[in-house]
Design a protein around this ligand. Structure first.
Ligand SMILES: [Zn+2]
Length: 353
């Protein structure tokens, strides 16, 4: 029936957009369309956010799959299995960008990036050489991966390890999941705020006589659309914002509340109302408040660990509904705020002409 199929649709992962075929230009000596220095400089500024998100996903893989199963992955072990791990270095990163010179390695050979810079403790990145080598297709992940290469050196890794982790970073940033990194997450935060306000204005019954009025399904569909677009449903969430994990549960709550609203809508016929009421109440099993995990046991869907601590209140009055909607609104606003905080993360960048 409709109720179950919609819940199932919600819980199944949405179709994921593929990133277009990017191939590395390995070995080429000329670049017909160099990206230029300004975009490389922007990529340097974005690198900390990209690497934070990428490392978060890798660390999650290390903590939940590799380490507990006793699998071997020397690269991930090097990055995460120490108190001053990769995040420690990333948090403190300083980057000296050279627009008129190369960087130089320990033997004074010119290179694109190096751990030797004029600024103490800084990584050197040459926008001059990268701007000529990279193209618009690869400058973001190549620049971030080069920064990662230098971080590995700062952590004490040798050239082989630095190159391997650089390649894995390129691969990770190009992969399907990490391609979401390039989505405009400031828009996500903005949409969340707008829709949090819309949640506040929802009413007791599902359909309103005024066709311009907000309806549950419209709001839920929009929020679900954000989840698919910005991949908030993934455990290795690319944005790596803890609060964003709350998002999925809150949208599911709103989805369930929408069925309550249909069960009391006077514009539906009695049979339809009874159907929605029965399905709505079934999950509560006589309780007034229940975790989403428990509620969803009757609906045979994908469960997330966050559902254990996300609670749903059985709607018994307009007052209870208003409180429930206010709670969902607060959680969406908190998610928006956490995303905005995350986007502020920038490395310290020095310019060197
Ligand atoms: Zn190196």
């Amino acid at each position: 029936m409709k109720f179950l199929s919609l819940i199932f649709l919600f819980l199944s992962h949405g179709a994921q957009a593929e990133i277009g075929g990017i191939t590395g230009g390995g070995g080429g000596t000329t670049n017909p369309s160099p990206v230029g220095q300004p975009l490389v400089r922007r990529a340097v500024a974005d690198s900390r956010m990209l690497l934070q998100a990428h490392l978060q996903a890798r660390a999650w893989h290390w903590e939940t799959v590799i380490k507990p199963n006793g699998h071997v992955d020397e690269d991930l072990k090097f990055l995460f299995d120490r108190p001053d791990d990769a995040f420690y270095y990333l948090e403190r990163i300083k980057i000296e960008v050279r627009s008129n010179d190369n960087c130089y390695d320990a033997k004074k050979n010119p290179v694109d990036g190096s751990i030797y810079a004029d600024q103490p403790g800084a990584i050197c990145i040459s926008s001059k050489s990268l701007g000529a080598k990279l193209s618009e297709l690869n400058f973001e992940f190549e620049t971030a991966a080069l920064v990662m290469h230098e971080i590995v050196h700062q952590m004490g890794g040798d050239e082989d390890l630095a190159k391997r982790i650089q390649m894995r970073t390129i691969y990770g940033l190009k992969s399907k999941v990490a391609s979401r990194l390039y989505a405009d997450y400031s828009l996500f935060a903005k949409y969340l705020r707008e829709n949090a306000e819309a949640v506040k204005d929802l009413e007791w019954d599902a359909m309103q006589p005024d066709p311009r009025a907000l309806q549950y399904e419209r709001v839920v569909n929009r929020l679900q659309g954000f989840r698919d677009k910005y991949a908030v449903d993934l455990d290795s969430h690319p944005l790596a914002v803890e609060a964003a994990k709350v998002f999925d549960g809150q949208v599911l709550k709103l989805h369930i509340d929408a069925y309550f609203a249909k069960s009391v809508d006077p514009r539906s016929d009695a049979q339809e109302r009874a159907f929605y009421q029965e399905n709505y109440l079934k999950g509560f099993r006589e309780k007034d408040e229940i975790s989403l995990t428990e509620y969803m046991l009757n609906y045979d869907g994908f469960l997330r660990s966050e559902y254990n601590t996300t609670f749903l209140t059985r709607i018994t009055s307009r007052e209870v509904l208003r409180e429930e909607l206010a709670e969902i609104r607060q959680a969406l606003l908190a998610t928006a705020q956490a995303v905005e905080e995350f986007l502020k993360v920038q490395p310290t960048v020095f310019d060197k002409e």
